[in-house]
Design a protein around this ligand. Structure first.
Ligand code: GAL
Length: 297
């Protein structure tokens, strides 16, 4: 698959899984993301729901349909006039549920909440449960992950994006537990991603320039709620200052290699936005993400 372009599914249609995440469950990969197949008007697409694609090899992706659909009902939080972005699906080993957490917002991004939907299996259908602001604070451009010990966290841009707020979730992953950490205060980071390597936590993010690309930064902490230290731009190669015209969405590991997923937004036709899966090379506090033309697992 050629990085930076919009990839096709096994039906030859554009993959609609923007701002997405990939999980492995039972040996199958599931890619969830924003379905932006509706027409783009003034840099926005009506909320259509979140799609799921499945794959055994990360190379060919079968469209499994929209697993959380927009609700065409005035006043409903999932109505097409609202915003649903960056779905992250966590498998909860204790409850056996698949928990989808996503950025739920109004068209003007003033609602700034986390939406929660649950399913009994990875192909859904996901049932919408509720929304909240973590500890009552704004949450935009969120990310969520499960640690090796089963604890889960949600990472949000809070306080008008100036602060990165990391909140531990409760046992069912459907609400915050109360433990939290504010990081990068005054730094205005978004499009958060965290991966774990050799017991350390690596955070990747973009700056806040909407659909326009900017520089990626990485940070490291010994604990999710520990003291995060900002390092540098990990990207190398042509256009590394613009994150290769991409923006962080998620990370996954495959054959012991970590990868970061990027969206290459096309604001004039968001449904044709491209994807990249780039290798992340980590040597303690040195991290490098080189541009690679192909993702060829
Ligand atoms: C970006 C954000 C995207 C989307 C976009 C809307 O900053 O990362 O997920 O919200 O703004 O302009």
């Amino acid at each position: 698959m050629k990085n930076g372009t919009c990839w096709l599914d096994t039906d030859g249609e554009r993959i609609q899984a923007h701002g997405g995440c990939i999980i492995n469950h039972g040996g199958v990969y599931y890619w969830y993301g924003e379905n932006k197949a509706l027409s783009t008007r003034k840099g926005r697409v009506d909320f259509n729901g979140f799609s799921c694609y499945s794959s055994g090899d990360l190379n060919s992706w079968k469209n499994e349909g929209i697993v959380l659909k927009a609700v065409n009902e005035c006043g409903h939080e999932l109505n097409p006039g609202n915003v649903g972005e960056r779905p992250k699906v966590l498998f909860n080993r204790k409850t056996g549920k698949f928990v989808m957490l996503f950025h739920l917002d109004a068209a003007d991004y003033s609602y700034a909440r986390v939406g929660v939907a649950l399913a009994d299996n990875p192909l859904g259908p996901f049932v919408y449960e509720t929304s909240w602001r973590p500890l009552g604070r704004e949450s935009r451009d969120m990310f969520a992950f499960v640690d090796d010990d089963g604890s889960a966290y949600v990472v949000s841009s809070a306080d008008m994006n100036s602060t990165t707020l990391i909140c531990k979730l409760n046992d069912s992953y459907t609400a915050v537990s109360g433990e939290s950490k504010a990081a990068f205060t005054g730094q205005f980071r978004e499009a958060h991603v965290i991966l774990k390597e050799k017991g350390k936590y690596y955070h990747f993010s973009s700056g806040c320039t909407g659909w326009k690309p900017n520089s990626m930064l990485y940070a490291i902490s010994s604990l999710p709620l520990g003291d995060w230290k900002l390092y540098d731009n990990p990207c190398s190669g042509k256009d590394y200052r613009k994150t290769f015209y991409g923006q962080t969405a998620n990370a996954f590991s495959f054959k012991e290699q970590q990868y970061i997923m990027l969206d290459h937004w096309k604001p004039e036709d968001l449904g044709s936005s491209g994807y990249s899966f780039l290798p992340v090379y980590i040597d303690d506090d040195y991290v490098e993400i080189p541009w690679t033309e192909e993702f060829d697992p």
